[in-house]
Design a protein around this ligand. Structure first.
Ligand code: HPA
Ligand code: ZN
Length: 333
């Protein structure tokens, strides 16, 4: 198959998405519409100006705009629309199952209650399930630049909604905020029966990946591409098969790799790690899940066998029950 055929083929296959921040799927069109609706002042006059601002040097320069963008999300209907747009994109991309992160503190810190965003998310998720059988679940992520006390308070505030939340995660500014800072809240989450994931080894060193594995007892590492710097960590990840949720377009937009042809995902795959492909913050990084696969096909010497392994890995790495995983693996051509 040539590159064009590979792209067409991968687009047609059923996929899962495991690393997606719902706030990072806020498209400039909706951002401007909601800013006008709520009279929120943004430093942009047009959709083009919003897009032009998405020129990042590193993770922090992105986070500054990501939190600014999220400030237009205020009422239940805003959160519904945000989730609905993403789920429609899932349908278009053949994403048959999505494990979707949200950042409650980004909203509660602005005085928006859990019941507001949870109701909006749930309404969209229920509708997508009813209309085309969309499978999805929620991961509540703590902001690591805030204190552990704030994360514990957030977990407590989530109590009435824990039936709708499958896992906790850890995101935001990585450097200087190691996993160990959140050992207590992850222990509480574990005791509540919640699964655990954490961003680590995106900008942070391999020791942060070790910290997420050993101290937070995570099921998956989000990003984790810097694991390659520590041979013992690679050996561990190959034998434990802890998944890495890799996000190619994110990594190049945030300059973790200067260019896509320098991305190490194929190397990690060849070493035997359970790597998966994901979009992270698609509106900010230039594309949804199929776009991420297409970027790999365009820039790396990746073949159909390797692409199929990445697709399969997504299902293996998911929190889907074994029966559902088997069902979808049989659908892969
Ligand atoms: N890294 C850390 N925090 C984030 C990200 C990311 O890729 N996306 C949204 N919050
Ligand atoms: Zn992320």
């Amino acid at each position: 198959m040539n590159k064009q055929e590979l792209k067409k083929w991968v687009s047609s296959q059923p996929k899962v998405e495991l690393h997606l921040h719902i706030e990072g799927s806020l498209e400039p069109e909706l951002m401007i519409e909601l800013a006008e609706k709520h009279n929120v002042k943004l430093p942009y006059k047009s959709i083009e100006e919003v897009r032009a601002a998405y020129n990042f040097q590193d993770l922090q320069s992105f986070l500054d705009l990501y939190y600014l963008g999220a400030s237009v999300l205020i009422d239940e209907d805003d959160f519904y629309q945000l989730m609905w747009c993403y789920l429609c994109q899932c349908k278009a991309d053949n994403v048959v199952h999505a494990e979707i992160m949200f950042d409650p503190q980004t909203h509660t810190e602005r005085g928006i209650d859990f019941s507001i965003f949870m109701a909006g998310f749930k309404r969209a998720m229920d509708q997508a399930k009813q209309e085309w059988g969309q499978s999805c679940l929620l991961i509540m992520s703590f902001l690591r630049h805030l204190s552990e006390k704030s994360a514990i308070d957030t977990l407590e505030a989530a109590t009435p909604h824990l039936g709708d939340i499958v896992a906790v995660g850890l995101d935001s500014a990585e450097m200087g905020n190691p996993p160990e800072k959140f050992s207590k809240v992850f222990e509480i989450a574990k005791n509540l029966g919640l699964k655990r994931v954490a961003h680590a080894g995106e900008e942070g060193p391999p020791s942060y990946v070790w910290g997420a594995l050993n101290t937070l007892n995570v099921h998956r590492i989000d990003h984790g591409v810097r694991s390659i710097e520590d041979p013992n960590l690679i050996k561990f990840l190959v034998s434990s098969q802890h998944p890495l949720t890799v996000c190619p377009l994110s990594n190049t937009k945030l300059k973790v790799f200067e260019h896509m042809h320098q991305h190490n995902i194929l190397e990690l795959l060849k070493l035997g790690l359970l790597v998966t492909v994901n979009a992270d913050d698609p509106s900010y990084f230039g594309g949804y899940l199929n776009d991420n696969y297409h970027a790999l096909i365009d820039n790396l010497p990746i073949d159909q066998v390797q692409l199929k392994q990445l697709l399969k890995n997504g299902f293996y790495a998911s929190f889907l029950p074994e029966k559902k995983v088997d069902f979808w693996l049989q659908k892969l051509q």
